[in-house]
Design a protein around this ligand. Structure first.
Ligand SMILES: C[S@@+](CC[C@H](N)C(=O)[O-])C[C@H]1O[C@@H](n2cnc3c(N)ncnc32)[C@H](O)[C@@H]1O
Length: 248
């Protein structure tokens, strides 16, 4: 578990997150989450809300929504985006300290890949059981793992324009002995990061849709629906993301 005080990847990239991972999401996930949130019979909790990419759409729609994230710099981005009235809390999803009236919990953009073991899932489940009201739903997505991505070689992810300059990212993914993955990223942006290359690393665990469904059913509740690419693909074969709806 992250120890308070140690900067984590998202702390470092918070100011460029929207141009980086935010812009890499090519699918209409925000619209999908908004539609689901409109159906909820009560307030919505977004775990790992980051810079507010999803949360802002819910709030702009007049929904009652709260965002939590463990990264303060990411929450500062969310504050700037969602405004002073938005409910934003610094919290780890494995140590939720909220008492319950939420009708829907959202875990967008592969947040669960940061749960590296059963203990993490169990801690999430315990926190959610205090936080959600009866018959609440939980919606979780994760990228669908493809073997060729973890070959341990540096590759250029992209070069994209950001504030009139080129933001360039390289990435290397290595499999760790326990089956999780270490992802290293290098960012270059002229005039930023004190003129240096910004390096980040993080550990994730990729889940196949079958593994994800089993974990959800073991820890959270019954999986009542699965969507592929937020409704844009017909099956797992063609999809990049898998989204599960869990009924408690
Ligand atoms: C890929 S970003 C997604 C942000 C936002 N939901 C979106 O869709 O753009 C993942 C976010 O989850 C946060 N995060 C990672 N592990 C977390 C944890 N254990 N508890 C709470 N937040 C976490 C990161 O700080 C980051 O802001």
């Amino acid at each position: 578990m992250h120890r308070p005080g140690l900067p984590v990847s998202y702390d470092r990239i918070a100011t460029i997150y929207d141009a980086d991972m935010g812009a890499s999401m090519a699918l209409p996930d925000v619209g999908y989450y908004l539609e689901q949130a409109r159906l909820a019979a009560g307030p919505v909790l977004e775990l790992g809300c980051g810079s507010g990419r999803v949360l802002q759409a819910l709030l702009a729609d007049g929904l009652l929504a709260v965002g939590i994230d463990r990264s303060l710099p990411m929450l500062q981005q969310a504050r700037a985006r969602c405004g002073s009235e938005a409910s934003l809390l610094q919290m780890d999803m494995r140590q939720l300290a909220l008492r319950g009236h939420f009708a829907l919990a959202l875990l967008p953009y592969s947040l669960v890949t940061y749960l590296l073991d059963e203990a993490g899932w169990q801690a999430l489940a315990e926190g959610l059981s205090q936080t959600l009201k009866e018959r609440a739903r939980i919606i979780i997505d994760a990228f669908i793992p493809r073997p060729q991505l973890a070959d341990g070689r540096w590759m250029r992810d992209y070069a994209r324009r950001h504030q009139g300059r080129w933001l360039v990212r390289h990435k290397r993914i290595q499999q760790v002995n326990d089956g999780s993955h270490r992802i290293e990223r290098r960012y270059r942006l002229p005039g930023a990061f004190d003129g240096r290359t910004l390096c980040t690393h993080e550990q994730i665990r990729a889940y196949t849709p079958t593994q994800l469904q089993a974990l959800c059913e073991r820890h959270l509740g019954r999986v009542s629906a699965i969507a592929w690419d937020y409704g844009q693909a017909a099956s797992a074969e063609d999809a990049r993301f898998c989204t599960l709806t869990v009924e408690r």
